[in-house]
Design a protein around this ligand. Structure first.
Ligand SMILES: Cc1ncc(COP(=O)(O)O)c(C=O)c1O
Length: 368
């Protein structure tokens, strides 16, 4: 009897996530803050957070407080930190839920100090990325006020952190040097944070001097490589997401048949076309039309023509492909699957975007 595979599925290997955290912890020798913003880079935030904690993460990071609240609602009791806030936001609810607050401005510091009880904060300082983070011109004022607020018990300064650009090793070292200056300046105000954290995945792996007390790792816990010249396997990591579907239709067509919108692909011989029920609404990038790699019944193929909203077509030649056969878009290359990075290359983007944009219409199935 032939087996019919799931129509669309993202299989999330939570064991891989726990293993990746374990590996990064032993590689770096410092605490790992598992970053699960954007629904755990598309993998499912609560499941990833649980697996990351099981693998030894000491803390979980999210961009927004709402993402951290969702983790609390899912029963995660570990320390959480969130660092991107809407203007004018108050933090009473965050303090009540024991969520640590990343503070990027004087206004946020004041708001944290006005929460019902003592707020735990991480001062986020700009060392060169020019995104959020306390800007240099506010730094002295914020450090002085933060020290005062800590002395009177309004806040507890858990961390001081910043984020690297990854522009070049020299640029990252310059940011590290600036970060050390800021730490010294904070020290002169009597601030001595429990954890200093700067590096994300790339810095954690390639810039040992940036590991400090903790690394905030996103991409690496999902088993993906941030480097163009090093694969997941090179880094000792295992990709946690496999995106697959079942062939939804098969048809035999004549040479010269045009395929999908604009007939961007025309069959150069009599051939078999397999329909794959995933499209750009599911996060399969339209930019990878004609280029994206897939594996059908263990054999490599390429998307034929335009990727549409819900589906795309693969020319499988004379291979005996049947409705219900498995199509793997990406997964673990050591198992012969294309990688998320292959899709990123095909679409002219980064692997972060490939996994993060997998849509809600794709059921996540977790395995360990
Ligand atoms: C402040 C901050 N820290 C850590 C991370 C994790 O980065 P990566 O996925 O490269 O490890 C991010 C993600 O962009 C971030 O914004």
């Amino acid at each position: 009897m032939t087996r019919t595979f799931p129509f669309r599925q993202a299989t999330i290997d939570l064991g891989a996530i726990a293993e990746n955290v374990r590996h990064l912890r032993s590689l770096t020798g410092v605490q790992v803050i598992g970053v699960v913003k954007a629904n755990g880079y598309g993998h499912g935030a609560a499941a990833v957070a649980t697996a990351a904690l099981a693998g030894g993460a000491s803390r979980i990071g999210t961009a927004t407080l709402e993402e951290s609240f969702a983790l609390r609602r899912a029963g995660i009791t570990a320390p959480l930190v969130a660092w991107l806030h809407e203007p004018g936001r108050r933090f009473d609810d965050a303090v009540e839920a024991e969520i640590e607050i990343g503070v990027s401005s004087f206004a946020q510091l004041n708001a944290a100090s006005e929460a019902g009880s003592q707020a735990s904060v991480h001062l986020k300082v700009d060392t060169g990325l020019s995104r959020n983070g306390i800007p240099t011109e506010q730094l002295e004022q914020v450090l002085a006020e933060a020290a005062r607020l800590e002395r009177i018990g309004r806040i507890r300064i858990v961390g001081i952190f910043s984020h690297l650009s990854g522009a070049s090793p020299d640029d990252d070292r310059a940011q590290l040097a600036r970060y050390q200056e800021i730490l010294a300046q904070a020290g002169s105000f009597g601030i001595s944070p429990e954890i200093r954290h700067l590096a994300a995945t790339a810095g954690a792996i390639s810039l040992p001097e940036a590991r400090l007390d903790a690394v905030r790792v996103g991409l690496g816990i999902y088993g993906l490589s941030p480097f163009a010249d090093r694969t997941s396997a090179d880094l000792g990591l295992r990709p946690a997401m496999k995106l697959s579907a079942a062939v939804a239709n098969v048809r035999r067509v004549a040479a010269g048949t045009g395929v999908s919108y604009d007939y961007a692909y025309r069959c150069d011989r009599d051939t078999t076309l397999a329909l794959v029920p995933l499209g750009y609404a599911d996060g399969v990038p339209r930019q990878a039309s004609g280029l994206g790699p897939v594996l059908i019944n263990g054999r490599p193929h390429t998307v034929a023509g335009r990727i549409a909203m819900d589906q795309f077509v693969v020319d499988v030649g004379d291979e005996p492909v049947e409705v219900g056969d498995e199509v793997v878009l990406f997964g673990d290359p050591t198992l012969g699957h294309p990688s998320a990075t292959d899709w990123a290359d095909a679409a002219g983007t980064i692997n972060y975007e490939i996994v993060t944009r997998i849509g809600d219409r794709v059921p996540r199935r977790t395995v360990s």
